[in-house]
Structures are given as C-alpha cells and as structure tokens.
Design a protein around this ligand. Sequence first.
Ligand code: ADP
Length: 315
Amino acid sequence: MANDIKSPGSSVQVLAPATVANLVCGFDVLGMALQQPQDVMTVRLTEKPGIFIQKDDVYNLPVEPEKNVAGASLLALMEEWKAPVGFEVSIDKRIKPGSGLGSSAASSAGAVVAANHLLGSPFTKEDLVRFAMNGEKVASGVKHADNIAPCIYGGITLIRSIFPLDIVQLTAPPMYVTVVHPQIEVRTSDARQILRKEVQLKAAIKQWGNIAGLVTGFLKNDYDLIGRSLEDVIIEPVRSILIPGFDDVKKRSKDAGALGGGISGSGPSIFMLSKEEYVAKGVEDVMIDVYTRLGIEFKTYVTMINYEGAKCIIS
Ligand code: ADP
C-alpha cells in the first residue's frame, strides 16, 4: 500500500538474503531464498538527485552507479519514478560476489526494496523484480530473475516467464539447506558460455519430468518425490566439471541421507536439501571432509528457507 514519501535524510536498513537459483533441474526458472547468509544494506534518501554508492565493501565493488548492480537497479527504478530523487547506498556485503549464492541479486533486490520503502511503497513486488533484473544484466550480461524473485518474494519461486514477467510463489514442506562455498572462482559469464546451445529431445523429456515432479513434490509436501526429482541431465554434467569435489559431495551427501541437491546457481557453491536437521549437519561434515582433503578453503552454512525475502529492519 502506498504511503507518503519519507523526508530527505531518512534512511532504512535492509536485510537481503542469499538465494539458490535453478534448484538442480529448473535452470533459469526456479529459485529459493535462504535464511543465511544475508547482506545488510543502508539506503538514505538525499536532497541531491543521483545515486551515491559508498566505497565501504571489502570486495572492491565498483562505485559507479551504472557498474554496481545496486546502482543499475536504482537507475531503472528512478526512470519510472520520474521526480528528481537521490539515494546514498552503503553495502555490508556478507554474500561473497561470484559465490553462486546470488550476491549480485541481493544488492539489486535490497537496493530497490529500500528505495521503495523510502518513496512510500509506490511499486509492487513485480515492479521491484523488473528493476532489479537490470542489476543482473550488469553482473552476468543477461536479465534473469531466478535469484531476484526469491530474494524479493522469499520462499521458492517459479519464474514461468521473464518477458512478460510471470512469477509464481510455491509452497514447500520444511527443509534444511546445507551449503558449501569452495573458495574458487567460477564466473557466471564463463559458466553460461560452456553450456551447449542445443538439447537432445530425450534429455529434455527427462528434465521437464523432473521439474514437474519437483514442483509437485514441493506443493504436496512429498519428500520422496522431491528427492527423486532433484536430477539435472542438461546443465550439471557440463558445469560440475568446473567444481572440484562436486561428485564426491553429492554422492556422500545422499549416502548421509540428504534428499538431493546440486550446483547453486552457476557455482561454485553446492547445496543439499534435507528433511531433518541432524542429516543437514551430517551433510556439512561430508562437505568439510571433502574440501579439507582437497586442500581448498571453503565456507559452510546449515540454514533453512527464508520466507520473508529482503526486508527493511530500521526506518
Ligand atoms: P553471484 O552468483 O554470487 O551473484 P555473480 O558472478 O553473478 O555472483 O555476480 C558478481 C559480479 O557482479 C561480480 O563481477 C561483481 O563485481 C559484480 N557486482 C557489481 N556490483 C555488485 C554488488 N553490489 N554486489 C555483488 N556483485 C556486484
């Protein structure tokens, strides 16, 4: 519901969650928001029109508004708001860029959620997704919403179509999510480039059977169906080559009782879904063991689905 625009100098803090795009078989169409990690952003309404990105993150992200995904998303919002307005943006980046955990989406989504709050909430969530997709274009060269939509809506989302936008929120049974982020670099643009442009009909049939199965499993709280459907015969066989330890993590996590999982977004992070917390913690032990043996630094998270999405915490 629309409110009054806040007075210049007002600021808001936003928590913007990490997201897992694709969910194994749903390349570019499914995504899920996580409770951890989350970026913390502070956005201030300024008297002076324009976008001012503070140089205070440890990753040396660009401060030019058109190069920083937060700035690009705000520029798209300002084009529709029309009245002269200014935003000062400070990003406490806790989701490492290039992790495959939707670092760019968190900044894009967080920025427009904060701006919308400061302007008195004139825009819908769908509008905000549309603006934030401009940030994804800056990060990876293409507009996609499989991280942005769950980051803004929370939960698990199906992006049935981007042009025109058609976002469907899905329900799901309680699940734990175990994530490992091996500290190696996989660029989203590289991970996209290595994909084959054509798909065999046989593989496509398997894939759409799995997507339908996964969505149905979520909606019917059917853990077995979810587990059976977490299979990707198109993208994972190509992309997993870029992630050392992937096959080991996947096989041993399933042996430890995980429902299944795969590459988070374009990698290198890997995620696994589990029905019980003790299984999710056992999966974390597997991940720790695999990457310790490989001598690759890593970070792990045991978390759950975030149903709130990016949210303002101080106004
Ligand atoms: P992820 O999958 O974790 O989102 P991407 O590779 O898609 O990672 O996006 C990271 C890229 O976006 C990097 O090249 C980074 O420099 C660029 N970028 C620009 N602004 C931001 C920002 N505010 N937050 C994160 N990444 C940003």
